[in-house]
Design a protein. Structure first.
Length: 213
C-alpha cells in the first residue's frame, strides 16, 4: 500500500500545529512494513506558480520550441506531482488554515494535478467523471479560530476546498479527517485542544495501518 503524505506547512512543529500533526502521523505510522510511505513537502519542492509559463511550455513542446529555465522547471514540477499522486493508494494531507484558505504552495500542487484526462474527464453529455475513485484521502488540518459553527463554517475555505477537489472532482474516498481548531481563540484550553487532536491523528494512522495489515 503506497501512502503519499503531502506536508503543507513549513513552520517548525513548536509553532505550527499542522506541522505537529504531520510529525505525529509519521511517528505513529513508522515501521509499518505493509505501508510504503513517501513525503511530498510542498515547501521543499521547486514549484513555480501555475500560470502563463506553463501554457507557453505546452505550446513550445507541441512546436519544438526551446524552453526557458522556468518553463522547464514548471513542466518537471507538474510531472513530479502527477507521478506522486498516480503512485499513491492513500494520500494524507497535513495543512493549516491560513487567512481562511490553504497555503499557496499547496494550491500550486493542486493546480499541477487538477487536470482533465488525469484527475477527471467529461463524458459525451458534458458531465464530469472522476478518475481517482480507486484512491483514498486523509485530511489533517489545524486552525486557530473556530470554524465549525453555523455562522463561521461558510468562511472556512481550506478543508471545505480540499473536500471539494479530492473528494468531489477527483472522486477519492475521504476515509479520515482530523481538524484541530480553537487553540488560538481559547488559549487557556490550547494544550488540551492540541493534545486531543494529536491523539486523534495517531488513531487515524493506527487505523490506516490496521486496515492494510
Amino acid at each position: 500500500m503506497n501512502v503519499l503524505v503531502v506536508k503543507a506547512n513549513n513552520r517548525p512543529a513548536s509553532e505550527g500545529v499542522s506541522s505537529r500533526m504531520y510529525e505525529t502521523f509519521m511517528e505513529a505510522i513508522k515501521g509499518q512494513e505493509n505501508l510504503n510511505v513517501t513525503t511530498y513537502d510542498v515547501f521543499e519542492e521547486d514549484m513555480p506558480y501555475f500560470g502563463q509559463d506553463l501554457f507557453n511550455a505546452f505550446g513550445k513542446m507541441q512546436n519544438g520550441g526551446e524552453l526557458t529555465d522556468v518553463e522547464s522547471r514548471i513542466l518537471a514540477a507538474k510531472q513530479k506531482a502527477m507521478d506522486a499522486l498516480s503512485a499513491a493508494d492513500v494520500v494524507v494531507f497535513a495543512f493549516p488554515l491560513w487567512n481562511l484558505t490553504i497555503p499557496a504552495k499547496l494550491q500550486t500542487f493542486i493546480d499541477y494535478v487538477y487536470a482533465a484526462g488525469f484527475a477527471f474527464k467529461y463524458n459525451e453529455e458534458g458531465q464530469l467523471v472522476s478518475l481517482m475513485t480507486d484512491k483514498k484521502a486523509i485530511f489533517l488540518s489545524a486552525r486557530g479560530g473556530i470554524y465549525s459553527t453555523p455562522e463561521t463554517a461558510p468562511m472556512e475555505m481550506a478543508v471545505n476546498y480540499m473536500r471539494s477537489v479530492f473528494g468531489g472532482v477527483f472522486g477519492m474516498q475521504i476515509i479520515d479527517e482530523v481538524v484541530i481548531e480553537g487553540h488560538n481563540a481559547m488559549p487557556a484550553k490550547a494544550n488540551e485542544i492540541i493534545e486531543d487532536g494529536l491523539r486523534r491523528v495517531a488513531e487515524a494512522a493506527s487505523k490506516l495501518a490496521l486496515q492494510h495489515a
